[in-house]
Design a protein around this ligand. Sequence first.
Ligand SMILES: Nc1nc2c(c(=O)[nH]1)N[C@H]1C(S)=C(S)[C@@H](COP(=O)(O)OP(=O)(O)OC[C@H]3O[C@@H](n4cnc5c(=O)[nH]c(N)nc54)[C@H](O)[C@@H]3O)O[C@H]1N2
Ligand SMILES: Nc1nc2c(c(=O)[nH]1)N[C@H]1C(S)=C(S)[C@@H](COP(=O)(O)OP(=O)(O)OC[C@H]3O[C@@H](n4cnc5c(=O)[nH]c(N)nc54)[C@H](O)[C@@H]3O)O[C@H]1N2
Ligand SMILES: [Mo]
Length: 754
Amino acid sequence: MKYTSAHWGSYQFERGGALTPLDGDPDPSRIGRGWASASQDRQSRILRPAVRRGWLDGDKGANRCDDSYVEVSWDRAVSLAAAALRDVTETHGNGAVFGGSYGWSSAGRFHHAQSQMRRFLNLAGGCVSSRNTYSHAAAEVLFPRVLGLSNRAFQDEMTAMPLVAEHCELLLAVGGISPRTAQITSSGTSRHEVGPWLEQMRAKGTRIVCLSPRRADLDGAEWLPVRPGTDTALLLALAHEIHAAGLADAAFLARCTSGWDTFRNYLTGAADGTAKTAEWAAPICDIEADVIRKLAHDLVRSKSMISMAWGLQRAEYGEQPIWAGLALAAMIGQIGQPGTGYGFGYGSTTPVGRASRLIPWPSVPQGRNPVDDFIPVARIADMLLHPGDTYRFDGQDRTYPDIRLVWWTGGNPFHHHQDLNRLEDAWTRPETVIVNDHSWTATARRADIVLPATTPLERTDIMMNRRDPTLLWMSRFHDPVGEALDDYDIFARLAEHMGFGDAFSEGRDTEAWLAHLWDRSQEVAEAHGFTLPDLDQFRAEGRFDIPDAEEARIALAGFVADPEAVPLATETGRITLANAAIGALKLPSCPAHPTWIEPKECLTSAGPGELHLISGQPDTRLHSQNDRGQEALADKIEGREAAYFHPETARALGLAAGDVARLYNGRGACLAGVRLDDGLRRDCVFLPTGAWFDPQRGRGAPLEVHGNPNVLTSDHGCSELSQGNMAHTCLIRAEKWTGALPDLSIAAPPEFTS
Ligand SMILES: Nc1nc2c(c(=O)[nH]1)N[C@H]1C(S)=C(S)[C@@H](COP(=O)(O)OP(=O)(O)OC[C@H]3O[C@@H](n4cnc5c(=O)[nH]c(N)nc54)[C@H](O)[C@@H]3O)O[C@H]1N2
Ligand SMILES: Nc1nc2c(c(=O)[nH]1)N[C@H]1C(S)=C(S)[C@@H](COP(=O)(O)OP(=O)(O)OC[C@H]3O[C@@H](n4cnc5c(=O)[nH]c(N)nc54)[C@H](O)[C@@H]3O)O[C@H]1N2
Ligand SMILES: [Mo]
């Protein structure tokens, strides 16, 4: 038996056979069904290195978003890319190179595209990098300040799912806990446990309340269809009710938190004249006051867990709901106990709360970046459009660098960024854009030099994920398509050409690197009390299951047991319900304590006909990956991504299932198929992200014809604290599309000229 792995799961196969989910995976992902077909689709794979026509002619980027390509040899592509990098660094310095290159590339420890690229660019003198993620940037900046833990450290100690199943009586899932998103684990997973975990709790009779505009975010739960963007008001009202009823855990607040007085004065209205009562919150969040009050009492009377989906903070003022949820959990006073308290990201990916030991497996050494400049990851378009402008981030005043060369490897900004029409404008600014990818994504189609990479199905690697109890030797499933090379070989060739080949490769080829990583893994395993087989045995068997891998953690248990002895690394050593350092920044977008601030785009102030767009993660693929595979294609309507409407909303708009609609706002417009969902708020539309961006220009503004929601979303930092993206804060309108259906240009490769 041979094995391979992806962010959506692990697979086994016999030579010549199909991929089947790994033995022992209790709930395999549907995404895998589209993988092999996407990887072998010669219409969407990049078959040979290619260079943009206009760039060769010296247009410096003007036609970057709409051009033909010239296919070239690897030697020529390497020498053009090396020359472009050298020109820019010699003229402007390495601070003019952007290697932030955010994205999920592929599982596999060695062929991690960004690691290979960073190792190369660091040896080439460095680059401007990016900080934090599109997933949870607001949490990444907020948690160290209010919880004293990085988001990663907090995830690592998240209370284990089995403990929640055993002890929790009332699970409040804000944003749901969705098997849709739980399909994914960064770096690969051997099993999917969230679906079975929820099933176990349902069977046991645990009360589960799903607070979300979509019922499908947690099937089988009590559904409170909150108005999107207003959770903070609801959470504050729960907190107010608990305080007003005298039910707050005063001992916990005194021992484990700071800033309670300030926060309480805000709740009661002593600070601003508005008591955050259930009656106050009800018209904002569209949940009845009685329901809010009863829920508040139930949360205190039960063993309860406040669970927040990551998506809540990918919104304007995204710090507020997750901080308000933490404050609420502190008032309930069950943090640090088994199965209760506060959770962030259960179900947002598979391994959050997984009860397994954490093993820090080795990775490819990236070296040191001599350039210390960075941007918060979602400020890419601002950076390209406004070099020299200042902005605030995490208490710093920073300046955007002047970027002349962008190198992207293993990410798709024309998938992940907001307001893609704006990004198209920004993208014409650099002199050169180089992209390594395996497929003709929208980003590859907007690069000057396109370097075709292999997919994991074409290479040998090791799946080892610090949060997964299984290690896999990944074998090649099919031969490389066209002239694709592993990212490692691409950068090794470039390094060789630029004169630092030995420093990059350290004299190793892929086999030797895998052996080296395995040697280091053996040392790590020994340090954790178990022995790995030697490489030959591992390669032959393909799979190693870590012994005694189970370990059930309780978030913040050590701190709560003795806050004096184990203080948090916050300004007071406690959970900060009001934070002086944040307050001192005087940011209207992120005040000193959890605060209700009405988003600029919100149904509370929407005009007639406006709908709230939820552009959550797609069920059929990982972001834009496998969009040309059979699973994603089979889900489309007339070749377009399906948008979900409430049946009554659809009827009022004259839409029926199977139609195509035009979704639009002041930023852009796209076409999407129509599907009905009576478990959706009537004033919301759900259009998953990830359909390959396909804007077509007729007269007037471009029309995106494939159903990419990021032509509609807005590109502003969610606050001046974190500068995270706010994809989930977006109002649109919709109408039936009655025109002829434009062909998809992303269904075929770009035009090649000679
Ligand atoms: N509207 C809206 N937008 C969003 C979100 C949302 O909820 N709503 N979510 C955001 C979030 S949380 C995230 S994480 C981002 C995700 O954004 P990305 O991570 O950028 O999206 P992916 O489609 O996963 O992009 C990965 C790219 O790497 C390529 N790739 C895969 N394997 C390899 C490899 O081995 N080598 C090379 N060179 N390339 C490879 C793939 O072909 C693909 O183009 O999107 C964000 N954007
Ligand atoms: N199948 C699949 N799974 C994925 C991914 C993928 O691409 N495909 N991507 C992975 C990645 S990179 C990430 S970061 C995670 C993200 O995981 P999440 O952030 O948890 O996922 P989302 O789909 O963005 O949002 C979750 C739900 O929040 C609800 N929601 C939106 N706005 C609001 C609001 O204002 N209030 C409330 N209460 N609910 C709201 C939406 O209905 C949405 O379904 O998903 C991961 N899992
Ligand atoms: Mo993400």
